[in-house]
Design a protein around this ligand. Structure first.
Ligand SMILES: Cc1ncc(COP(=O)(O)O)c(C=O)c1O
Length: 392
């Protein structure tokens, strides 16, 4: 038991206090959100059919979470029960397609989410995956070719959004044609949900999508989990399907914590999302200037929380992500650089310049990671507070 606590303490010390966390899929929750995760709600069972008694306050929490989500995202219906973004995607696929029908989405080769591709759940669902024609230079869907493909193939479900997402996909441009062939238009906002809620990324529900699903812990700074938001027409289908097929016992400590994160987003979301994007643009430019290959220079690098390094132009003989980790700068093997967590810790453009320089010292100048690590820890220690949340 002691060794378990020790390992967790070491993790908390390292990832929680000494690293610059640049994983685009991650964020950091406020003390209030964290506190709600370990309330009595952690233990309780509920069921929409009223099987379990003792849930009168939990029912209120559910309504509150749903209400604030509807407000933040301008949705008619919000369901915070999905246990993860992946489960929310699975609900979407199951509710809006039948066996033998096709789903159009971004291919994993172009940064689409593998979980809804033929490498993921669709292989168990007898659905056919189609992929958007994609412009790799612009990192976006090709509108004319996609339009022709939709007319030709008549998919039942068109899903915008991706795991590698720098720019808003053409929801407005393609929704009408998708609907004209009978498709449901949806958006996987797992990555950009906090930016949408902050009003700094396209709101797909206002651009023609009927359903928006997402993770609650990437650019949105809630606990790990999923959410489904819909317009009026899709609400009943989703609501009726979730229990008991996809979520039986919802986790109400998480839902209470999510409601708190949504209240934070409602109050501070605009300033937060604004700074996340400014920081991403700054780190993209600064990395580029330091000789680290970054994609999409001609388009301003990004309009989201992500910046993509150009792996084709990086020396593949060196394990850069491992060396960055040794210098306490944590990225994925994609290689995406994400600015959500550092922004939440209060870092701004000046610090992005500093981080870009630290990355370049490891990747370009090949300095010893141990030397750079000391400066990383120092920078991290300067930003020990959390911004864009209520002060206790
Ligand atoms: C676009 C996209 N959708 C869905 C998911 C799954 O989300 P979760 O990790 O919450 O299950 C991911 C995960 O990274 C993702 O990138």
């Amino acid at each position: 038991m002691e060794s378990l606590m020790n390992i967790v303490r070491k993790h908390e010390e390292w990832r929680g206090k000494q690293t610059l966390n640049l994983i685009a899929s991650e964020n950091v929750a406020s003390p209030q959100v964290r506190k709600l995760m370990s309330t009595d709600l952690l233990h309780r069972y509920t069921a929409p059919d009223g099987f379990y008694m003792g849930t009168k306050f939990i029912d209120e929490i559910n309504e509150l979470a749903s209400k604030v989500a509807r407000e933040v995202f301008g949705a008619q219906y919000a369901d915070p029960r999905p246990l993860s973004g992946h489960i929310a995607d699975w609900i979407l696929l199951s509710c809006f397609t039948k066996a033998g029908e096709s789903i159009l989405s971004v291919s994993p080769t172009n940064g689409g989410y593998p979980g809804i591709s033929d490498q993921g759940v669709t292989q168990f669902m007898s659905r056919r995956n189609l992929y958007f024609p994609f412009d790799e230079g612009k990192m976006n869907v090709k509108v004319d070719e996609a339009s022709a493909l939709i007319e030709r193939e008549k998919p039942s479900l068109v899903i915008f959004g991706a795991s590698f997402i720098l720019f808003p996909p053409p929801v407005k441009e393609l929704s009408r044609i998708a609907k004209s062939v009978g498709a449901t238009v949806a958006y996987d906002g797992a990555h950009v949900l906090g930016l949408i809620g902050g009003g700094r990324f396209q709101n797909p529900l206002r651009e023609g999508a009927s359903i928006l699903i997402g993770s609650t812990h990437k650019s949105l700074f809630g606990p790990q989990g999923g959410i489904i938001l819909t317009d009026g027409s899709s609400a009943k289908i989703v609501k009726d399907a979730i229990f008991p097929s996809f979520v039986d016992n919802a986790h109400y400590n998480r839902i209470a914590a999510l409601a708190m994160a949504l209240f934070e987003l409602k109050s501070f979301g605009r300033a937060y999302a604004d700074q996340v994007i400014k920081n991403a643009k700054t780190i993209g430019r600064a990395l580029d200037e330091h000789g680290v290959p970054v994609k999409c220079r001609e388009y301003g690098y990004t309009e989201s929380h992500q910046v993509h390094l150009d792996n084709n132009r990086i020396d593949s003989g060196i394990n850069h992500t491992k060396i960055l980790e040794e210098a306490n700068m944590i990225v994925d093997k994609g290689t995406r650089i994400g600015t959500c967590e550092v922004t939440r810790r209060g870092m701004k453009e000046t610090e992005m310049e500093r981080i870009a320089e630290l990355i370049a010292r490891v990747m370009v100048k090949r300095e010893q990671p141990e030397r750079v690590r000391k400066e990383v820890i120092k920078l991290r220690e300067e930003f020990d507070n959390l911004e864009y949340c209520f002060k206790e």
